[in-house]
Design a protein around this ligand. Structure first.
Ligand code: ATP
Length: 519
């Protein structure tokens, strides 16, 4: 099956099993806005908890915050978002489709990279064991020509983006003969800047309404509370403030399901440090965050760092943690060294001192900041796309069957345990209920008695439940049940008293965090 088909199946699966619905679907939906269903919200809450606990519990000097979505409009003037939070937009006059000019150029570079990779693959097949890939890449004329094309295109692109040179962006699109994927033509409009913030009004017009914005990032809520938290928490540098909350961006092109949404959730942590220590802390958080991702067990090879060449208006260094999504490696988290830009700007625009007094040196200064910024919806997509499998299975009688299974990390699975009486009679439902009543305080359990046991297993596989236990007639005699493991489909007979320990071992957040901390 192609990657596109698999991705389409994943989207359909998310709807069918109550993970993700299109927003306002009965009115034909709202573009790039999604709702999380009964299983989606559990998975999302578990991811949120993994992030929150790893920040707050594992770091004595990181504390939480929950700031409002609405902020004083001067916030966005000070932060630079009003003037610079733009994307370059271009329209194709024939298809009437709108694109981000930078995306079109980046996709073109990716195509050239793919051409090189294909050339290498072909040669690898031709030359077999004696193939020297490095030599081939260094000497093959077609590879060299494409590499030169990419380098010169990238040079022009980075320069144009850094200088906000919209005319040059259009010229690049024309020079490299980039066509509209829909109409196939090069009939482009000029490139224009488009501000991504949503605006609304606060107060009635009679009182003089104030134009305010839905926050495009949660970070500014942290910056404007820096002094509040530092003073009331008696915090010493270095220290961090972590926050999870909604952010809103009027994205020009919203594609790829929940990868790019107009309303989404961020999990951000701003780490306040002494100026001069930013490189050390940037490296520290890069490593800590990568370790956090890899602990999920989605495959170490699926991650990489991508250092930014074009830096945002606030950053002195920036890197992305990228994940291998079904549509290629894409950013899931940003780690930015933001210097004293934000606090400095808020100090200037508010007229309030946002400084730290260092008792050791008797000096006051505006702290520097290293931030980690992760999209909750994006990591949700990363986890489900890595976990989704359509499997052929060999049955004992030699015939084959298939199943769809969500191999979610057990600690994140929406339902941890399904409790299944083999039949709906002979007292088995009552025993099942008693077992569930005992375990429901520790785990999210689901009771199911309808349909054959095989069909119930399939439904639990499809939502990623790591354990199913079946209560049968033997249970009445010796207090044992069958436990079935989602990934291996193996079954074993265990005593009911063992259940809590068996299940906790894999699904307990505190054991998971302990491993992360000690690895
Ligand atoms: P992109 O280049 O993909 O637009 P960005 O560099 O603008 O992202 P940041 O401003 O660094 O993103 O935001 C931090 C994180 O927030 C991103 O790594 C991503 O996980 C998440 N994020 C940003 N925009 C969106 C969006 N429109 N939908 C979902 N998640 C988003």
């Amino acid at each position: 099956m192609s990657k596109e088909d698999a991705f389409r199946n994943l989207i359909a699966h998310c709807k069918e099993y109550g993970f993700i619905f299109q927003s306002s679907e009965i009115y034909d939906g709202l573009s790039a806005v999604y709702d999380y269903g009964q299983n989606g919200v559990e998975l999302k809450n578990n991811i949120r908890k993994y992030w929150w606990d790893s920040m707050i519990l594992l770091n004595e000097n990181v504390v939480g915050l929950d700031s409002a979505i609405f902020m004083h409009p001067k916030t966005w003037k000070a932060s630079g978002h009003l003037d610079a939070f733009n994307d370059p937009l271009i329209d194709n006059k024939d298809s009437k489709k709108r694109y981000r000019a930078d995306d079109l150029i980046e996709e073109h570079m990716e195509k050239l990279e793919n051409k090189i990779d294909r050339e290498v693959e072909k040669a690898k097949k031709r030359f077999g064991a004696s193939f020297d890939e490095k030599m081939f890449r260094d000497t093959n004329p077609r590879v060299i020509a494409n590499r030169e094309k990419i380098d010169s295109l990238n040079g022009r692109f980075v320069k144009a983006m850094n200088n906000n040179d919209l005319a040059e962006l259009k010229q690049i699109i024309l020079d490299y003969e980039i066509t509209c994927p829909v109409s196939g033509t090069r009939n482009w409009t000029d490139v224009r800047q488009f501000n991504l913030m949503f605006a609304t009004e606060m107060g009635s017009t009679a009182d003089g309404a104030m134009k305010i914005y839905l926050r495009p990032e949660t970070a500014q809520g942290i910056f404007v509370n820096y002094i509040n938290v530092q003073k009331t928490g008696r915090m010493k540098l270095p220290f961090g403030i972590a926050q999870i909350g909604k952010a809103f961006r009027n994205e020009i092109v919203a594609r790829q399901f929940i990868f790019r949404m107009r309303e989404f959730e961020q999990m951000e942590m701003q780490y306040f440090i002494k100026p001069g220590t930013e490189n050390e802390w940037f490296d520290h958080w890069k490593n800590v965050r990568m370790k956090w991702h890899k602990a999920l067990g989605l495959g170490d090879d699926n991650y990489r760092f991508h250092d930014h060449e074009k830096l945002a208006h606030y950053a002195s260094a920036a890197t992305d943690i990228e994940f291998n999504f079904p549509f290629g490696f894409r950013e899931v988290e940003g780690i930015h060294s933001r210097t004293d830009f934000d606090l400095g700007q808020h100090q200037k625009f508010s007229g309030k001192k946002l400084q730290y007094f260092d008792p050791e040196t008797n000096e006051s200064f505006v702290p520097y900041v290293v931030e980690t910024s992760l999209g909750l919806d994006r990591i949700f997509l990363q986890i489900i796309s890595a976990a989704y499998h359509e499997e052929e299975i060999q049955k004992e009688d030699g015939s084959t069957d298939s199943r769809v299974v969500f191999n979610l990390p057990p600690v994140l699975a929406p339902v941890k345990l399904a409790v299944l009486p083999l039949v709906k009679k002979d007292g088995l439902p009552e025993i099942s209920r008693r077992i569930m009543d005992d375990l429901k305080y520790d785990f999210n359990c689901q009771y199911e008695e309808k349909d054959s046991i095989g069909r119930r297993y399939r439904r639990q596989d499809a939502i990623g439940t790591p354990y199913c236990i079946t209560i049968d007639h033997q249970t009445k005699e010796d207090n044992t049940v069958t436990i079935r493991y989602r990934d291996t489909m193996e079954q074993e007979r265990v005593n009911v008293r063992q259940l809590r320990n068996i299940i906790s071992e894999k699904v307990d957040m505190s054991s998971f965090l302990r491993k992360l901390d000690h690895d």
